[in-house]
Every structure is written in structure tokens, then in C-alpha cells.
Design a protein around this ligand. Sequence first.
Ligand code: SF4
Ligand code: SF4
Length: 612
Amino acid sequence: MRKTVHLSNALLRAVEKPSRYVGGEWNSVIKDDTVKTRFALCFPDIYEIGMSNLALSILYQQINARDDCWCERVYQPAADMRQKMQEQDIPLFSLESKTPLSAFDIVGFTLQYELSYVTILDMLRSGAIPLYSKDRTDNDPLVIAGGPCAVNAEPVADFFDLIVVGEAELLLETLLDLWAASESKTSFLEKASRLEGVYVPAFYEDLYDRDGKLTGFHKLNEDAPLPIKRTLVKDLSQAFLPLRPIVPNSEIVHDRMVLELFRGCTRGCRFCQAGQIYRPVRERDKDTLVRQAKSLMDATGYDELGLLSLSTSDYSALETLTDDLLPLLTPRGVNLSLPSLRLDNFSFDLMKKASSTRKAGLTFAIEAGSERLRNRINKNIREDDVLEAARIAFSGGWRTLKFYLMLGLPGETDEDVDAISDIVFKVIDAYYELPPAERRKPPTITVSASFFIPKPWTPFQWAKMLPEDEYDRRVKRLTERLRHRFIRFNWHDRDMAVIEAVLARGDRRLAPVLVSVLERGGTQDSWREHFSYERWLDALAGHGLTTDDYTRGRETSELFVWDKIDIGVTKRFLQREWDLAGEDCMSHDCMTECLHCGANRFNCGVCLTHAG
Ligand code: SF4
Ligand code: SF4
């Protein structure tokens, strides 16, 4: 029997939201602690955020469906609890059995966003696990990771024994079988490294020339594959269907049941990493989704069901799915929530039926103000479509509209920045087209700007990030132009965007920088109140690095540290898209024309139909 942590009543009374730490929620899993493999599934953020993550919920249920494994959850404690745990020498522990992190066989982290990397180190440290994989022995847990940032996990590669690149569901079963049959960590890693989707960082090193230019990769284990191929679930009907998600005892960010309609996106926006790394599109069968919805309602008692995917309107059976779902949901008082809909007539009809959308308002992710810049980024939205959608929204009674866009996109000029305010004021004009009797409640128009960050595996992976002072100037220009009583303008933190950009295209030289940030008190950097730009700049400088080393534009001839991975989409395709962007030319949606991006080797429906 492994040692567990005791949480006294006095401790729980002294912290905000003790429900974050006690476990015992509906559908959480308790097993015999002598089970062969104890797995800690770690989310590097607080409970409310981690509990809202669908991928983790799927993995939790999938691992616990095996008799030989017990999967438990571990989240980063909030600042007050973290401080109390330090004072009382309490190690980081799991919610289900209160077992310290170091007593698990496998500790798995999700790499959801770059600014969580220091939190991962903080969790390892407070879990009494050596940070670097080279410092761990067979007595320490196997520390693994997966998630979207695994497509370039180089800044954190030295901390993990194994990284899963791609969708883990099918590979995970093989890895758990292999782990159960292996005599040592070393023999497990050697065998695992030959599986598609497995990256064992210690088996590779990056080669640089005297000028610090990356020249190639060297394998330190001759059987390790190069490149490392991404793994994915080719047919979603083979994927594990989660039917018993945990129902939290306190409010979380996304507090509802979720149906995942499909993976991938056919649209190819050039800044969007998700649009590339989840290719090709794979849909879940409609009848399976309806069955899943029934089971979820029975197992949870939730009053909201969300339809999830990158671009929900693109699900081929959306109309019949919602026709089948609404008669099931309505009598039980369950609302349907519909994120990411395209703003056409059909969607508005659907949103009227889904009562929850009126409260939340409508979102227009236009990304750029001018049509020229939208062509450049391959965002196929016409100004007329936006204005027509706004007219339909206003006459349908919606008064809360949100516009999402990016500043600093490659090729953006002052005219493009001004075009943002132009389109917003045209939307206000559309409101004034309503008859006076319908204008009693004025609209609220929120304009939310984020800063463009060049991400690996996108056509914009070669782009230079805009200098900080230039961002400030453009924000100021837009702030002045957006002054109106109906408009609220907000923008994301510039300094956080710069550090996210550093880590996104980062390399292994950043590992000691992350440790320095941790040692200087860093953790939970994705929260503005915990983030310190100076701390990051000092840590970078301490290792002879600057933000410019990573935010700079890249030559098309350059080798990237993430080129040791093969996500399916080819560099040749990405470069062609980069070149087309330079000419302000759009590409077709792969639903209408295959662009031969390389993902067709996965034999998806889309690719089979169009690849030729
Ligand atoms: S529509 Fe564009 S931004 Fe949205 S997921 Fe698809 S590629 Fe990304
Ligand atoms: S191979 Fe063609 S159809 Fe398949 S994802 Fe790529 S562009 Fe789309």
C-alpha cells in the first residue's frame, strides 16, 4: 500500500474552494490500490480549467476501463493552497486517493499551451520528481506527455521520458500493455520508441554548426525512427467513446456534456495550427452521437450539451443531428449549446432553437479587417457576409456581438488596422437599419484582438513576429478609432504573446531557461497575475538568449527543430501556402479541392474523395 497525504479540516477551511482538492465527484473512479499500473493524469493548471478539458476526460475514462490500471487526476493547486502545501511540506497529490505524485508508476502531462511549461516543472518539483529525465532512475515514475504542443515539444523535451505525437487513444493501449510487460524503463523506452507516434527525446540530438545554425539530427539509438510520425485515429468509430465523464461538485469553466462531432478542419487558415495538425477531417457517425448523448444524460444529469469540433457548421449531418437531438434534450430540460457556427441562415435557425446562444451572444471570428488581409491568411469571409449576418442577428433579437481578430498578421498595414474599425462601424450602421421600435435595447459590440504568433506546422511558421513597440502603436491606433458607446475593445497581453511565441518555435536551449524561470518564482504563467515578463527576459539573458532569437523571421531554406517530426502535412505544401500568402492569394477549401497537403496517406474520407 502506498503512502497517502492527509488533508486536515483546518487546511481545507483555510483555502478558497476546497472542492478543488478533495475529489469524490460523481463518476470519479476509485480502485484497489494494488492494481498493476497507477497512472497520474496531470493538467498544468487549476481544477476548473483542467476539468473542462475533453481530451483528458477521454483518457481518464479510457485508462480506467482497463482492469490493470487506475488513472487518477492531478491539477496545479491555486496559489493559496500551493503556499499552504509548501509550509506544511505536503507533496503534490492525486484527487482520488491522495497519493503523492512520486508514488505513481506513470505520470502523464498534457501540453495544451506553451505558457503552461513552467507549471509542469513546478508540479514535478512539488511532486518530488527530478525535473530532467536524465536524472531520474527506475525508482522514479515514467514521465510522459502528449497534446497539441507535442508537434514541437523541444523546449520541454529534456524533461520527458516519452512524448506522444498525435492522438493518443489507440497508441495508449499498446503503451500500457508494453509497460506492464517491461522489466525496466530502459527496455520499455527502447521498444516504445519504434511505435508510430512515440518520441523518446533522449534518443535524438540536434546538430548545430559553429554559427549556431541547425544542420541536422543525430540518432542516439539506432532503432529509433527519424522522422517520428504522428499517430492518429483513422476511423473515429474505433476510438474510445466516453460515456461517464466526472461531474464536478463546484463550478468549472465548461460545465456541461460534450459531443465531439469530428476532428480536423478543411479550411486551411494560414495562421492556424489546429487546422494543420489535426488533418485530415474525420467525422463521428450521427447515430453514434445520438446514442452517446442519451448515455451522457443518464450518467451525468447535466442541463447543457455542447457540440464540439473546430468548425461545428462543417459537420456534414449537423441538421439531422440537431433534429434528432432536440426532441431528446428538450423534455429533460437540457439546452443545446452551439459554438463555432458559420453565420448563415441555417445556423441562425439552429441558434434560435438552441436557446442558450442568445444569452452568450454571437461570435464573428473575422481575424482581419480588410478583405485583402483575409485573403492573405486564407480566411474566406466577405465583408458583405459579415454585415448580412449582423442584420439577421439584430432582427432576430441578438444584441451582443463579439468580433475576434488578430493584430500583427504578416503583411498587415495601417489600412488593414483601420479596416477593423470600418467594419465594426458598418455593423453599427446595420443596427440603425432596424425600425425604431426594435431599437430600444442598444447593442454591445466587443472587439477582442490577440497578437499574431507564428506557430510551427503552419504556412506562417516562417513569419517574423511584429516588434513589441509596433504592436503598441497599432493597439493605440485602433483604440482611438474604436471609441463609441456601443463598442468595447480589449486586447491580449503583448508580453505574454511574445513569450508564447518564443516557446512555440523554441528549441532545447530553452530547457534551462524554463528551470531558471521556475527558480525565480515562476508558475502559472498563462495567468496575467502570475506572469512576469522581466523574469522571462532575465532568465533568457542568463543563458545568452533573447526573445528576438525566436521571434525572428525564418529563411525558407532553414531546417527547424520540429522537422524531426512528421505530422503528415508536408513542408512543401506549407511553403506553397506561404508563397501564395505573399501574393494575397487564397487556396481552396479541401472539401472542394484537394490541395495535396500530404494528409491523404491517412486515407480520410475527405482525402479519399478528393486526392485523386
Ligand atoms: S476554420 Fe480556420 S481558424 Fe478555424 S479551425 Fe479551421 S483552419 Fe483553424
Ligand atoms: S490531402 Fe487534400 S483533402 Fe486531405 S486534408 Fe490534405 S488538402 Fe485536404
